[in-house]
Every structure is written in C-alpha cells, then in structure tokens.
Design a protein around this ligand. Structure first.
Ligand code: PLP
Length: 418
C-alpha cells in the first residue's frame, strides 16, 4: 500500500527521501553463487577483452574504473567525513556503468555459443580468432535501451564478431545512434519510451534461434555482471586504507533507472559488506519507478504513468517508467531507501563534478550527489541514521558516477553552459 502523503509528494514533484521498511515477501529468483561465477568468467576472459577492446590493449582486461577522493566536491557541496567518487563514467568500452553487465552477458552468450560448436572452454583468447568470429557472425544480439546499454551490448557484440541490433526510442541522443551505426550496429528507432523499445527488441528476437535478447528488465546475467563491481570496490577501499565496519559504515548512492545496474551493485555490496554497507538509489522527480514499485510491494506492477508523472527528464539514462521486477525483488531487504532529484540539481552537480574533480559526467550520473545531504540535513534522514546507529559525520559516503565518457565535447559544453 502506498502512503497518501508519499503519493501526494511524488505527484507534486517534491523531492522525497523514502525509507525502505525492508520486508521480504518474495524469494530472490536466482542462486547467489552466480555472482562469483560472473566474476570468474570476467577474469578468465580478461586476455580476450584485452585483445578485442582497443582501450584495454596491454592490460589484464579488467573492466573497472578508478575510485577517487572527493573531498573537494564535499567541500563545495557542503558535507563532512570522507567522500569518495566511483568513476564508472570512465569504464572502458561503454563509458558507463553498463559496461560490466553488458560485457558479461555478451561473454556468457559467446561462451555458450562456442561450447555448442565444440570449443573446449579453457582459453577464452581463442575466441578472438577468425574461425570463431566467422561462427559468431551468424548470431545476433538484440537489446532495447535508452542508450547506454545499447552502446555496451552493441560494441561488445561487434568486438567479438556478432551481429548487433539495438532498439531505441526515437528521442534517444543522436550521437549515440551515430556511434553505434559507425561500429556496424543496426539501430532501430521507435516512437514511444524506453519500455516500447525493450518490447520491440524482445519481439524481434523471439523465435529466432540465432538471436539472443538482452533483457534489461529481467536478465540475471546482466544483473550478476553489475554485481561484480563489489569485489573490486572492496579491493580498492582496502588499497585506499578505508575501513568498512559497523562503526565506519559505507554509504553508497547510486543513480537508478530500471534498477538493474544499481540493484546488481547493491546485491554484490551486500554480499561483501553485509550490514556495514547502506545503499541508496537516486531517481528523477519525473521517473521514480523503483521507489514506487518498492513502496507498493512486489505483487503488482506499478508505473510512474499510473501516478500521472510524465517520465520526462534530462537524465535520459534514468527515464524509466516501470521498474525491473528482478531488481525490486532483490532489493526488498537490501536497499536502504530511494530519494528523488530535480533536473536543475543534476546540472548543478554535473558542473561541480567538472570543476572540483575534473570528471566529465552525464546528467544521470549526477543524481547520486544529493544523497549525503538527505541523510545529514533532512528529518527523515536524521531519523534513519539514529535508528541505524549511523553517524553521517564519520561514515564514508560514496557517490557512484554512472556515465559520461563517450558524451561528445560539444554536448558536454552545452550542459556546462546551461
Ligand atoms: C543505465 C544507467 C543508470 C541506471 O541503471 P539501471 O539499470 O537502468 O537502473 C544510471 N546512470 C546511467 C548513466 C545509466 O546509463
């Protein structure tokens, strides 16, 4: 049941902080071991990734981003304690948080396809050979996306020699379509929103044995790929000498669209840190799809259109009307809460990231920046901290930046100037 005051605030487009009561009514739909399987698959495939992704040439092929100190951003936005910035805006291949999930799902499909064609399965680097590329060329990966997932799936598929077909809403950024077409990806545009594009992609792959549909709303492979971020973050925190414990909890703020990427990361972080980590999602005022679905329970689907919201936001990566039920189910007793952010704040934060950290991010990626302020400076946030014995002044606050590297310079400059 949705509380009336919550509905009123969402409909009035007032920023809210929603606290998750943490009740579980439905089991997770997959085995937790799959995250470790995904992590091992990505490690084993490192030499292959180093071969087929130009940015990874000469490396161990790890799809990862730096963890940065964000004290200057903290001082500029007003806050205490340690602030960190996870720069997934710099992830290889896709320049966004979609890289880990997308690379993992395409790899898993390549592995299954190769095994079915008699590959012994021990040395991934063999799959870069012309023989395998010829075999892969008969298969097609299909995805529906607002943009960044299309880039991740499209580029990774092409890197291995697969055909790739992406379904996008016609208002998706022009530069994304061009970038994909230049790499030999088939781009199909649809009137309507993200959900329309996903449905069209699903329909296109249905019944075609040579096609694999990457389902942003339901894919376990994608979700587990995202979750692999957690183990690597734990290593980075250790290298940086940052303690994560009940006394010094880690507060993580993640921009959220359908819920898959932030949900997978949260799932992985909970596996690694348990009660010492608290994860918060950030959604646009016009698109609080995961907040709504979490607040109304996993029983019936509930979209932002049902509330009369229009799902129109500057944060195109987060413009999703209906949450992923896979993500919402997994978040039932793992997520701390969700807050909403207005578009004007996103631009302000985007500029701050550039000026204070020199990081080029897109509006979606800036949504997380409002997090520490909610916990420090709102009655709801302070009450949550008291209840969970978290002192926001000694906790570590981590802003998860989710994209921006591939944004053309002219577009980025327009945002800075707006
Ligand atoms: C996709 C995306 C997100 C959110 O991921 P979901 O899986 O849709 O919740 C956040 N930021 C950026 C830049 C994205 O591309």
């Amino acid at each position: 049941m949705l509380a009336t005051d919550l509905v009123t605030n969402l409909q009035s487009r007032l920023p809210v902080l929603w606290l998750n009561p943490g009740l579980r009514t439905r089991d997770d739909p997959f085995d937790p071991e799959l995250v470790e399987d995904a992590r091992r698959r990505m490690l084993r495939a490192g030499p292959l990734l180093a071969r087929v992704i130009p940015e990874l040439a000469g490396t161990d092929g790890l799809i990862d981003s730096p963890l940065l100190d964000a004290s200057s951003l903290r001082d500029s936005l007003g806050g205490q304690s340690t602030w960190l910035f996870k720069a997934d805006n710099r992830l290889p291949l896709a320049g966004s948080v979609k890289a880990r999930g997308g690379v993992h799902e395409v790899l898993e499909f390549a592995e299954a396809t190769a095994l079915a064609h008699g590959w012994p399965g021990d040395d991934f680097v063999e799959l870069a050979s012309p023989r395998w590329r010829d075999i892969f060329a008969a298969y097609r990966l299909v995805v529906g996306s607002t943009g960044n997932l299309a880039i991740s799936i499209g580029l990774m598929s092409r890197a291995l020699g697969f055909q790739a077909q992406v379904h996008m809403s016609s208002d998706a950024a022009e530069w994304k379509k061009t970038l994909l077409r230049d790499q030999g990806v088939e781009v199909i545009e649809h009137e309507g929103d993200y959900a329309t594009a996903v449905a069209a992609g699903r329909a296109s792959a249905q019944g075609d044995l040579q096609a694999h549909f990457v389902d942003d709303e339901q894919s376990v492979s994608l979700f587990c790929g995202y979750a692999t971020a957690a183990q690597r973050l734990a290593e980075q925190l250790q290298e940086a000498g940052v303690e994560v414990s009940q006394e010094r909890p880690l507060m993580v703020y993640l921009p959220c669209g359908v819920g898959g990427a932030p949900g997978g990361i949260t799932y992985g972080l909970k596996q690694v840190f348990g009660d010492a980590v608290h994860c918060w999602f950030a959604e646009p005022l016009a698109s609080p799809s995961v907040l709504l679905q979490m607040a109304s329970g996993v029983g019936n689907k509930f979209s932002v259109y049902d509330l009369g919201l229009d799902n129109k936001t500057f944060a195109d990566g987060l413009a999703v009307g209906q949450a992923s039920m896979l993500a919402v189910t997994c978040m039932q007793d793992r997520l701390a809460g969700v807050f909403t952010v207005g578009d004007s704040a996103l631009i302000y934060y985007l500029r701050a990231a550039w000026e204070m950290l020199g990081e080029k991010i897109e509006p979606s990626a800036a949504a997380s920046f409002a997090g520490p302020g909610w916990l420090n400076g709102s009655a709801t946030g302070v009450a949550w901290c008291d209840r969970h014995q978290v002192d926001p002044n000694t906790a570590t606050h981590l802003l998860w930046s989710t994209g921006g590297n591939l944004v053309p310079k002219e577009q980025f400059e327009r945002w800075l100037a707006s």
